[in-house]
Design a protein around this ligand. Structure first.
Ligand SMILES: [Zn+2]
Length: 118
């Protein structure tokens, strides 16, 4: 059981979003470089982007699936507010994380990105 890096985010919001997604499937995560620039002294300049690590590399395969889904999500960073409970949801969520209500109501109809694989 070892920690394993699964993702380098372009910003902290992105890293948090992925960490949340991993948390949803019961994968424990650590965020590195979230606060301190140069926390890892051997990294070259510019390589201190936030990183998501998983606590247990036995979760690696599942984590990679979540990362893939995260990476292929629409580029939009906008969030959607649930009409049911008022919580903000990431734009790639179909259902409210809090109450489960469909949050894709008006935003539905995007190209079928999922299921388009050969
Ligand atoms: Zn809700």
């Amino acid at each position: 059981m070892r920690v394993k890096r699964v993702y380098s985010a372009s910003d902290l919001f992105d890293a948090r979003l992925l960490a949340d997604a991993l948390d949803d499937v019961r994968i424990r995560t650590h965020l590195f470089n979230a606060n301190a620039i140069g926390a890892m002294g051997d990294l070259p300049f510019g390589e201190t982007w936030p990183e998501v690590w998983i606590a247990d590399d036995r979760d690696l395969e599942r984590a990679q699936a979540v990362v893939a889904a995260h990476a292929s999500r629409p580029a939009s960073r906008s969030s959607m507010r649930c009409a049911g409970c008022g919580e903000d949801n990431p734009a790639n969520f179909d259902c409210c994380w809090n109450c489960g209500q469909d949050v894709r109501g008006e935003g539905a109809g995007r190209p079928a990105a999922a299921g388009g694989r050969p």
